[in-house]
Design a binder for this molecule. Structure first.
Ligand code: FES
Ligand code: FES
Length: 163
């Protein structure tokens, strides 16, 4: 019988308890045990950002984090962004600006964009397109060409801080 460890954590605002193997990644736990398949496995090495989720308010590559290390933490995944009222503003902007092509990278890209918008490195001024491009450089997209992604995030910058 294989060893499993019980962990408890907050997942998209809900207390969650489950048993995981000590070697399971957070990404595998989300996808295989919790059926949250927004985050994707691509490189599996922390290089592409397709698996990006928020842990305690910071973006992480969930392919590199052991599931057992989620114990006591607060996780947010792409599935936790939209509400009954509709898509979250960043999701909607990606749709409106045609930023999504095959979509594989997009859950991770949107989580990173949300983080960036919430943690503008220079609070004293609005993020520029260069700031946005730099902030998203850890998220690889093979098909959008990035321009529309930056358009979408830049539109949210304006919407969230219009003056
Ligand atoms: S799949 Fe996790 S960083 Fe690429
Ligand atoms: S939209 Fe296809 S990889 Fe980004």
């Amino acid at each position: 019988m294989s060893l499993e460890i019980e962990i408890k954590f907050s997942l998209n605002g809900r207390q969650t308890r489950l048993k995981v193997s000590p070697t399971m990644t957070t990404l595998a736990m989300l996808r295989e045990k919790l059926d949250l398949t927004g985050g994707k496995l691509a490189c599996g090495e922390g290089e592409c950002g397709a698996c990006t989720v928020l842990v305690d308010g910071h973006t992480i590559n969930s392919c590199l984090m052991f599931a057992v290390d989620c114990d006591g933490r607060e996780l947010q995944t792409i599935e936790g962004l939209a509400t009954d009222a509709g898509l979250e503003i960043v999701q909607q902007a990606f749709v409106d600006h045609g930023a999504i092509q095959c979509g594989y990278c997009m859950p991770g890209m949107i989580m990173q964009a949300r983080y960036l918008l919430d943690h503008n490195p220079d609070k004293g001024r609005k993020m520029t397109r260069d700031d946005i491009a730099r902030g998203l450089e850890g998220n690889v997209c093979r098909c959008s060409g990035y321009t529309k992604v930056v358009d979408a995030v830049a539109a949210v910058v304006l919407e969230e801080s219009p003056s």
